[in-house]
Design a protein around this ligand. Structure first.
Ligand SMILES: Cc1ncc(COP(=O)(O)O)c(C=O)c1O
Length: 384
């Protein structure tokens, strides 16, 4: 008998999403319970208290581990809670090397919370692997990379960075939120853990917050399980269920996001009011070749330069199909202004250092009819 080795969509729909053993329900039940009846002291069915474990959560953790190619995963109350959970494994004196262009909330956590516990962070352009190698020191525990970056859409070579990390015995953690496991598989490229804001493409419907850490070693899983129990920032059963429902359509949503993303990027690249477009799918993106090697699609995230804050504001006031708001990865097109929204916490100096301007607009292209998205952007850009 050949070994049954299901592909991505089959795993998204079936792993952890098996029919309920008791009733046959095809959808995973939401186990809305805070505790579980025990048969006698120390004898129970594997579930004691819902902060420690919950069957809906167990199902989601199994599913996401499978999609990212890890051995296990742990879900948390938000993407930030997931990143924070990884960092609780560090001790005073430990050091982390990170990409210099991350989602703004990540350096906010690192610089304004975790440095207070004596953990040190060095930010480098991880687009050049030599910068990573140079920044690693004796007490470095982790290299933390986002690729493509938010909002500059710059790439880092995960295979090359993972090689350096392996040599130096440092863990590589990749925030894979922008690509989702459908288009990019950091663990297959050598990462030790992958992290996501499930709030984005994994959920896909802008109706819940969440985060996940996917592990490659059982001890990571054990440690993160302990953090769930000890610190308690777990994902509720209802929010787990929303992600379980969302991932069933991840593949077809990502295909449509990608199709629409390519067309919107091509439209923007030709528009005379747009000064620059940041999208790895465009042949003139400086790392287009790496994108072709490392990702199986280019996705929905595009940043473009309107020239000034006034221009950005003018067009953002006019959009109708695109919704002005933070976040990304939902079925609806979301458009945002990084300098005042996602990257406000970096401050003007911090943004300038890495090249985020006041005229930049970021778009998370949804799965609406692409002609409508393009027509909307066209009429909004006409006001500049
Ligand atoms: C790339 C990336 N990582 C992490 C986060 C944080 O996730 P959450 O908002 O679920 O805490 C975000 C949020 O926008 C993000 O874009």
């Amino acid at each position: 008998m050949p070994k049954f080795n299901p592909s991505f969509s089959t795993r998204a729909i079936h792993v952890g999403q098996e029919a309920d053993a008791e009733t046959g329900a095809v959808a995973v039940p939401i186990y809305a319970t805070s505790t579980y009846v025990q048969q006698e002291i120390g004898k129970h069915k594997g579930y004691e208290y819902a902060r420690v474990s919950n069957p809906t959560r167990t199902r989601l953790e199994k599913n996401l581990a499978s999609l990212e190619g890890g051995v296990a995963s742990r879900v948390f109350a938000s993407g930030m809670a997931a990143i924070n959970a990884i960092c609780t494994m560090f001790k005073t004196g430990d050091h982390v090397v990170c990409g210099h262009n991350l989602y703004g909330g990540t350096p906010r956590l690192f610089n304004q919370v975790l440095t207070g516990y004596g953990i040190a962070f060095t930010y480098v352009d991880t687009g050049d692997v030599r910068n990573v190698e140079r920044a690693i020191r004796k007490h470095t525990r982790m290299v933390f990379v986002e690729t493509p970056t938010n909002p500059l859409m710059a790439l880092s070579d995960l295979r090359a960075i993972s090689k350096v990390c392996r040599q130096k015995k440092v863990d590589l953690v990749v925030d894979n939120t922008f690509m989702s496991p459908y288009f990019q598989q950091p663990i297959a490229l050598g990462a030790d853990m992958a992290v996501h804001s499930t709030t984005k493409f994994l959920n896909g419907h802008s109706d819940g917050l969440g985060g996940v850490v996917v592990c490659t070693r059982p001890e990571q899983d054990e440690q993160l399980g302990f953090v769930q129990k000890a610190a308690g920032a777990i994902l509720s059963p209802f929010e787990c269920w929303l992600v379980l429902r969302g991932v069933k359509t991840l593949a077809i949503r990502m295909e449509q996001h990608d199709r629409n993303g390519r067309q919107v990027a091509a439209f923007l690249a030709k528009h005379k009011k747009v000064k620059k477009v940041f999208y790895p799918g465009l042949p003139d993106h400086p790392q287009h070749e790496l994108a072709l090697r490392q990702m199986s699609g280019f996705g929905a995230m595009i940043t473009f330069e309107t020239g000034s804050l006034a221009n950005a504001n003018k067009m953002l006031r006019k959009v109708r199909v695109c919704s002005l708001g933070e976040s990304l990865g939902g079925v609806e097109t979301l458009i945002s202004h990084p300098a005042t929204m996602t990257h406000a916490a970096l401050g003007e100096k911090g943004r300038k250092q890495i090249g985020i301007t006041d005229g930049m607009v970021r778009i998370s292209v949804g799965i609406e009819d692409v002609e409508d998205i393009i027509a909307d952007l066209d009429q909004a850009l006409a006001t500049i």
